[in-house]
Write a protein that binds this ligand. Structure first.
Ligand code: MN
Ligand code: MN
Length: 421
């Protein structure tokens, strides 16, 4: 198939699947009539998707097909390859230990996601994610329950706080921290790291460091007798059960009170903040370095899209987008040069990926609110609205491109809405 050579060709939608190209003689003839240069028109593909062309006499994985109708029968506007844009936490191995579990979607599952990796973790009441640190920044969103987090600053001050569903935390790269599930039923959270190849199985653990340091060095460092050092763990703890902690105030007082308290704040109440943008179609809450100065390397949006509405056509000029779907049903099409587009469906626990600067929308395809997170490995949340680009460009210019008259163009919303209905 030849590349589109002019404006008229670009307005057509050539066949993007060989089996459609080999459809009935009538369709092929119609295609030639409609589009002499190459391929099939949108109309022809539309027809093919509702006739015998889509018959599939062989085997099918019905469960997968039902989850992804837009992949099985793509909109006629889909074409070519944009790379992977969908994965799910329900496809990756769970590491289960007494006290909880973890699993991750990283560059190993999502080869094009070089900037961000994600982890989903559960801790039962009292259980710890062991004291540790790592080379990436950590951004987290609480999905369920309650947790206590601690993080130490290089100046020796400590931050201790409790978080609940809808709260987030940020731990800078290299800063040591801990997470403990609280009552009544522990917690579950999403972790995001600004390294695509990050692995939650490859962090610096307190238990492993003491297990791999000579006893006489530990004796000198801690100033403790050897009899006490015999009690230290000899292998990794990672996730393990324990007792519920004292109250937050008691814990803070016990470590030294106000004089050792961290000035920087590492937690933020994202879900309960005022929406950054609220429209008839839904709400967007943006947390980045502008309203949460601690979050220097990861920016995020919590998006609620009402039934029938969608996150408008847009792109992000400064980063790729890593999405986590919390509730509802969606479909997203990602547009890439040259004329490539892919549509996929998303359900709760799925991960979406949009390459940097690629155009996309996210449409609520269900009958309940769609709730998802968009994360970027950058200090500022930035997006560009197709609508506002069209309306801020002189109308003659837009008219020359889109063949729409000024009156029609004036009907397109001029302001960025984020979520549109
Ligand atoms: Mn961590
Ligand atoms: Mn986006």
């Amino acid at each position: 198939m030849s590349e589109p050579t002019n404006k008229k060709d670009n307005m057509m939608y050539p066949s993007r699947r060989s089996f459609l190209g080999a459809g009935s003689a009538a369709i092929a003839a119609a295609a030639i009539a409609a589009l002499p240069a190459h391929g099939q028109s949108r109309q022809n593909v539309d027809k093919a998707e509702h006739d015998h062309s889509v018959s599939n006499p062989g085997q099918e994985n019905q469960n997968l097909l039902a989850q992804n109708p837009n992949s099985n029968t793509p909109p006629p506007s889909d074409f070519g390859d944009v790379g992977p844009i969908w994965y799910s936490f329900d496809l990756v191995k769970k590491r289960i230990q007494e006290g909880g579990w973890t699993h991750q979607v990283t560059q190993r599952e999502f080869p094009t996601s070089t900037e961000i990796a994600g982890v989903n973790m559960r801790l039962t009441a009292g259980s710890y994610r062991e004291m540790h640190w790592h080379t990436a920044d950590e951004w987290a969103y609480m999905l369920y329950g309650n947790a206590r987090v601690t993080v130490l600053n290089p100046d020796g001050t400590i931050f201790i706080d409790d978080v609940s569903e809808g709260d987030l935390w940020v731990f800078p790269a290299g800063y040591p921290h801990s997470i403990q599930g609280l009552g009544p039923d522990g917690c579950e959270f999403l972790l995001v790291f600004n390294q695509g190849a990050f692995s939650e199985d490859n962090t610096f653990l307190l238990s492993e460091w003491v297990a791999h340091t000579p006893t006489d060095v530990l004796k000198k460092n801690f100033g403790l007798p050897e009899s006490e050092l015999q009690k230290l763990p000899t292998g990794s703890l990672y996730i393990f059960p324990s007792d519920l902690p004292k109250s937050l105030a008691e814990d803070k007082a016990q470590v030294g009170g106000r004089k050792v308290e961290s000035t920087p704040q590492y937690t933020f109440k994202m879900r309960s903040m005022e929406p950054t943008k609220k429209t008839a179609g839904g709400e967007v809450r943006v947390v980045d370095s502008s309203n949460f100065p601690t979050s220097k390397h990861i920016a995020a949006g919590l998006v609620i899209v009402k039934p029938g509405a969608m996150r408008e056509l847009h792109w992000h000029p400064n980063a790729s987008e890593w999405q986590f779907y919390i509730k509802g049903k969606a479909r997203m099409t990602v547009f890439m040069p040259v004329g490539n587009a892919r549509t996929m469906d998303y359900n709760a626990n799925d991960v979406g990926f949009v390459p940097a600067v690629a155009g996309h929308y996210v449409e609520n395809t269900g009958d309940t609110d769609l709730v998802f997170l968009e994360m970027f490995a950058t200090d500022r949340f930035m997006d560009i609205s197709l609508n506002s680009w069209i309306r801020r460009t002189p109308v003659e210019t837009v008219s020359a491109h889109l063949n729409l008259d000024a009156e029609t163009i004036a009907k397109i919303p001029a302001e960025k809405q984020e979520v549109i209905r």
